[in-house]
Design a protein around this ligand. Structure first.
Ligand code: GLN
Length: 532
């Protein structure tokens, strides 16, 4: 049997990629992690247990960070076969930080499993919704079955889950406008780009023939703006180079995911594009394009960008890359600068959902972009991205189920941008680590206030939601600290407001014992009056 304790001594010649021999701190850490992965009551780690730990944390088999790890574990005879400490060392060395974070539950959504189950519940409810009409302006979209329904989530730590038809390809259509904007902006610079494209919601439909008072398209999330974005991308290069450039960025954004081009959609788009042609000529008439812009080539390029197809799985990774400030969480590759991403998210927030953008910002409160293919890409900055796809659209052109899903998700979880000002809203759940760290910070503040005997500050912290019985790393509560520092008024206040005199720190000491040891007779009396 391969328990870490018995094997540490054998680590004189550890596997090549693990911590160098002699680095006993690293070896001890590895041994501690090994233990964290073992099931309670068991003494050895099985391949099934390790895979299960990774998967329930949201690390999937095709994750480029874990592919090799899963491959090695799947090569085991069966799920019950043991993973020796040596083998664990080898696997650990493939991605130490991933192992560590999974073992310590420190990924951005720690209870991923529970969170996914709850999302599944929302998906099940939403799947009963009917209504809306599948886009019919081209036969390829009209033909997509209305009942198709997929959702994929991906966090900024690469935790993933998918539901329903998440692996079907769908036409991304207007969602492409986000990435065309990012690419154009990085190429010419945001300032230059915005001399040609505004940043205001238009108040008109996405394909309206209208420009702002300066003769620019209102924003890059509507057709006029996206056509100008396209005109700026590698404008002196061949059509193939230009499209390959956009396509490659999607590949980067999706960690080389499922991204393809549907030529039939492209041809249909071009055949039914009177409005887009009218728009392009109107743009040219108003000198909204860079000089020498070839209208046909630019429109073709725009239609090609709309004719990219993707799965919800891939689009969710792209959304997570935006949520992660432009760095793909699965490959660690930077795709866009933080500045570009910030600009893009700001525009998605104010203009991404057609004539529902203001409502969406109000109700849902996060950046999103929808397309007439029925997809919506949603970005919850610093937490996760997701993509929902259901073809029937409402009168404004947004997926009916997509919008409803967002509403339901946001009513349960505190993801709305401004949920922060309603921090005490106990109705909503924050599934992220953030709340944990906020709580930890509050406990530190509480302990400091107790040490100084600043009872007003203690009062204030409790009013803002701090847990009076919260303990620091050593199990020390505010009451322990106030008692050992001789802060009688604070001790009284804490006891009167639910602070537990029974709390034990990690050395087994109670607050009363602390007061006795510190010789604070007055405080000992307070405890005795409380029946301690
Ligand atoms: N290809 C469509 C168009 O240009 C895209 C529309 C959309 O998704 N809103 O009209």
């Amino acid at each position: 049997m391969n328990k870490p304790s018995t094997h540490q001594s054998k680590r004189a010649s550890p596997p090549a990629a693990t911590a160098p021999s002699g680095d006993s701190a690293a070896a001890a850490e590895e041994a501690a992690l090994y233990k964290l992965f073992i099931s309670p009551g068991q003494s050895e780690l099985t391949s099934g247990r390790l895979m299960n730990k990774l998967r329930t944390a949201g690390i999937l088999d095709d994750d480029p960070r874990a592919r090799e790890i899963f491959k090695k574990l799947l090569a085991h005879r069966d799920d019950k076969s043991a993973v020796s400490f040596e083998e664990f060392g080898e696997l650990f060395a493939l991605n130490p930080s991933l192992f560590q974070r999974v073992a310590e539950d420190s990924l951005v959504i720690p209870n991923w499993d529970q969170f996914s189950v709850s999302v599944q519940g929302i998906v099940t409810d939403i799947s009963k919704l009917t209504g809306g009409k599948v886009a019919s302006y081209i036969p390829e979209l009209a033909r997509v079955p209305a009942e198709k329904f997929g959702l994929s989530l991906c966090t900024v730590d690469g935790q993933r889950a998918h539901f329903g038809d998440a692996q079907d390809q769908f036409s991304i259509q207007s969602i492409s406008k986000t990435i065309s904007y990012c690419i154009a902006s990085e190429e010419v610079g945001a300032e230059t780009l915005h001399q040609s494209i505004g940043r205001e919601p238009s108040g008109h439909s996405f394909n309206a023939i209208t420009l702002d008072s300066r003769g620019r398209p209102h924003n890059p999330m509507i057709n006029a703006g996206a056509i100008v974005s396209c005109s700026l991308i590698r404008s002196n290069e061949s059509a193939s180079t230009r499209f390959a450039h956009v396509f490659d960025r999607w590949k980067d954004l999706t960690a080389d995911g499922d991204v393809s081009f549907n030529n039939t959609v492209f041809l249909s788009e071009r055949d039914s594009a009177d409005r887009n042609f009218a728009l392009a000529y109107f743009l040219r008439e108003n000198a909204a394009f860079p000089k020498n812009t070839d209208i046909r080539a630019t429109l073709d390029f725009y239609f090609q960008c709309c004719s990219v197809e993707m799965t919800c799985d891939s689009m969710a990774i792209a959304a997570a890359t935006l949520a992660n400030g432009g760095v793909n969480p699965l490959t660690d590759k930077r795709v866009f600068s933080t500045e570009t991403v910030k600009n893009c998210l700001s525009l998605m927030h104010s203009c991404g959902m057609y004539d529902f953008s203001g409502e969406f910002a109000f109700l849902i409160g996060v950046p999103a972009k929808s397309g007439v293919g029925g997809g919506i890409m949603v970005v919850i900055p610093e937490v996760m991205g997701f993509c929902i796809w259901s073809p029937p659209l409402d009168v404004l052109g947004n997926s009916v189920r997509g919008i409803e899903f967002c509403k339901r998700l946001m009513s349960k979880y505190s993801f709305h941008n401004f949920d922060i000002v309603a921090g005490s809203d106990a109705q909503k759940i924050d599934p992220t680590q953030r709340r944990k760290s906020v709580n930890n910070a509050r406990i530190v503040d509480l302990c400091w206030a107790a040490a100084k005997g600043d009872t007003r500050e203690i009062q204030r912290l409790v009013a803002s939601g701090a847990d009076l019985n919260g303990a620091d790393y050593d199990g020390r509560t505010a009451l322990h600290i106030a008692a050992s520092e001789g802060q009688a008024v604070s001790v009284k206040y804490i006891l009167q407001n639910g602070g537990s005199p029974e709390a034990k720190d990690r050395w087994g000491n109670s607050p009363l014992q602390d007061a006795q040891r510190g010789g604070h007779a007055e405080i000992v009396t307070i405890f005795q009056q409380q029946g301690q």
